[in-house]
Each structure stands twice: as C-alpha cells, then as structure tokens.
Ligand binder design. Structure first.
Ligand SMILES: [Cu+2]
Length: 100
C-alpha cells in the first residue's frame, strides 16, 4: 500500500466515546505502531509515544496516517476514559502492512 494509509478501527460489544467521559463499557482507541500491547502496563495509563503509541481520545474510529516506507505492525488497544486498559484488556490482533 501507499502512504498515507487509512486505518479503520473495529470494535464489538463496547462503545466509543471521548477520553475523560465516564460511561460504562466504553473507551477510546489507541494505535500501536511497531509496538506490542504486552509492553503496556495494565496498572498505568497508556503513554503517548510519538509515531508509536497514539491516542484517539476524541472517539475517532478511522485515521489516515503518513507512514514511512517499509514493513510495520499495527495493533489496537482499547482503553477507558482515563486511558487505562479494561479488565480483561481489549486488544486487537496485530496486523502487518508494507508501505511501498
Ligand atoms: Cu488514551
């Protein structure tokens, strides 16, 4: 694929809402680029790391990103109003994409 890359975030059985707003069974998406969700501390808010760990705290369900050429892994972590992982954690499987 070519950059910019459009990524659509899927979710079942829970709702998406902006960060900071507490509603049961909701949260917002985080995109992990070349990072594994196992690196996230379940007891701490998800960090913001440039080009690596991105928050979509407005409740976005789709983003378009400029990604450098090469192979990248993408994984989603869904977290609550305070950027904390749910229990059990809601994490996507990891996909691999190649940007030409
Ligand atoms: Cu967040």
């Amino acid at each position: 694929m070519k950059s910019p890359v459009t990524i659509r975030f899927g979710l079942k059985k829970m709702g998406v809402c902006p960060a900071g707003l507490f509603l049961p069974d909701t949260g917002h998406h985080h995109l992990l680029i070349n990072m594994d969700a196992s690196e996230l501390d379940p007891k701490a808010p998800i960090p913001t790391i440039e080009n690596k760990c991105l928050h979509y705290g407005k409740g976005q369900t789709e983003v378009t990103l400029d990604l450098p050429k090469g192979t990248h892994t993408l994984q989603l972590a869904f977290a609550n109003f305070a950027h904390m992982l749910h229990k059990p954690a809601v994490i996507s499987k990891k996909i691999t994409i190649t940007v030409e």
